[in-house]
Design a protein around this ligand. Structure first.
Ligand code: SAH
Ligand code: SF4
Length: 389
């Protein structure tokens, strides 16, 4: 298995039907090269960056700091594309979910979770996921492809469109934080994720700082250090089990990168301190990983790692093989972890009425037939075989 790209190779069409190229998702250097390629000066790239990523403009005619002939030249050669919004769902608790269609017809979801004076966008990195964590609905999807940098940045830009935050206010933004916790394993699509996050972090544009970005990984050990060195964003690790025996079953990636290697990579994650901890996500599965003994083993496993623990009540989906732990079990588990000195907030499920919770994205709201269950079992078996090879 190649750690950087396990999904099928896929190249989006480089141009639209009129032969115009999308400017979203290009690095500053690439944008400069584009300007030179159509006979414009390099500094035009800086002006464009401001319009694209600070003002959120999609229409060259609006870009009034550029002379009219320049705007016309740009409009002939380029577009500033957004994905098509197929669904825009709003939960009773304010959570919003957007189903976005990409030019090849593939769909991904982003979720916005508002809080008092801030808000977090949950961004997808792949269509589907090559891994098959047993509790995660995304793992049951057959189709998998990487999103390119444009498609990742576009999720953030589209959320800003929908929230009316161009240009974004310096304080009290409703899109203030980003979590790479949507569909897909971001460290299997590292190059595109890195390129996109560099654009998102750029202070002259979207300007969301690395302190407000969290990347969640199932534990792609060989990519973790590079992620820390190059992006230095906050890291979240989906742990979910404290023994290899259980983790091998519920998270097949553990067979490649077992707990000892994962914990070693966590200890070595660049820039860790008490003020900057790794978040360990732990989904609470009834009767599977939620006993007091599991909690004590978790505390022991995390020894020496600056850590926070995020307890996630399992979000059930049709056909899921597990149930959510009882409130009592979650509380007892959380108390043990807290008493050991770790912050361990229980994640409040948000947006449940629009199926916007973790691991439920794009899941059907209907009961499954026996044939559908068998089809899911097949997908899991196929992907597991691919992982093992
Ligand atoms: N692939 C990455 C990021 C996406 S998943 C990863 O696995 O970390 C984001 C988080 O939601 C992970 O911690 C994942 O384990 C968790 N999750 C998946 N399905 C879930 C479910 N049904 N209920 C609760 N959490 C779930
Ligand atoms: Fe993929 Fe993460 Fe879901 Fe596992 S939990 S199947 S790695 S998206």
């Amino acid at each position: 298995m190649s750690a950087s790209n396990h999904a099928s190779a896929f190249v989006l069409p480089a141009t639209d039907a009129d032969g115009r190229k999308n400017l979203v998702g290009l690095s500053r250097e690439e944008l400069e090269a584009e300007m030179l390629s159509i006979g414009l000066e390099k500094f035009r790239a800086r002006q464009l960056w401001h319009w694209l990523y600070h003002r959120g403009s999609t229409d060259f005619a609006e870009m009034t700091t550029l002379a009219k002939p320049v705007r016309e030249k740009l409009a002939d050669a380029y577009i500033v594309a957004r994905p098509t919004v197929v669904k825009d769902l709003k939960s009773a608790d304010g959570t919003r979910k957007w189903l976005l269609r990409m030019p090849d017809g593939q769909e991904v979801e982003s979720v916005h979770i508002p809080e008092e004076d801030r808000g977090t966008l949950c961004v997808s990195s792949q269509v589907g996921c090559t891994l098959t964590c047993r509790f995660c609905h995304t793992g049951t999807q057959r189709l998998v492809r990487n999103l390119d940098s444009a498609e990742i940045v576009a999720q953030v830009m589209l959320a800003r469109d929908m929230l009316g935050e161009w240009p974004a206010p310096p304080d009290g933004r409703m899109l203030s934080n980003i979590v790479m916790m949507g569909m897909g394993e971001p460290l299997f699509n590292y190059d595109n994720v890195a390129k996109a996050l560099k654009i998102v972090m750029d202070g002259d544009g979207i300007s969301i700082s690395k302190r407000r970005i969290t990347l969640s990984t199932s534990g792609v050990v060989p990519m973790m250090e590079r992620c820390g060195q190059e992006l230095n964003v906050n890291l979240a690790v989906s742990l979910h089990a404290v023994t290899d025996e259980l983790r091998d079953i519920i998270m097949p990636i553990n067979r490649k990168y077992p707990l000892r290697e994962l914990m070693e990579a966590c200890r070595n994650y660049p820039g860790l301190s008490n003020a900057r901890r790794i978040t360990f996500e732990y989904v609470m599965l009834k009767g599977i990983n939620d006993t007091p003994a599991d909690a004590r083993a978790l505390v022991k496993l995390l020894e020496g790692v600056p850590a926070k623990i995020n307890l996630i009540p399992f979000n059930e989906w049709p056909g899921a093989p597990y149930e959510r732990s009882t409130a009592k079990a979650i509380q007892v588990f959380g108390d043990i972890v807290n008493n050991a000195g770790y912050a361990s907030p229980v994640r409040t499920p948000r947006g449940e009425d629009i199926m916007a919770a973790c691991g439920q994205l794009k899941s059907a709201s209907l009961r499954l037939t026996a044939a559908e269950r068998a089809a899911i079992a097949n997908v899991i078996a196929e992907k597991d075989a691919a992982l093992a090879s």
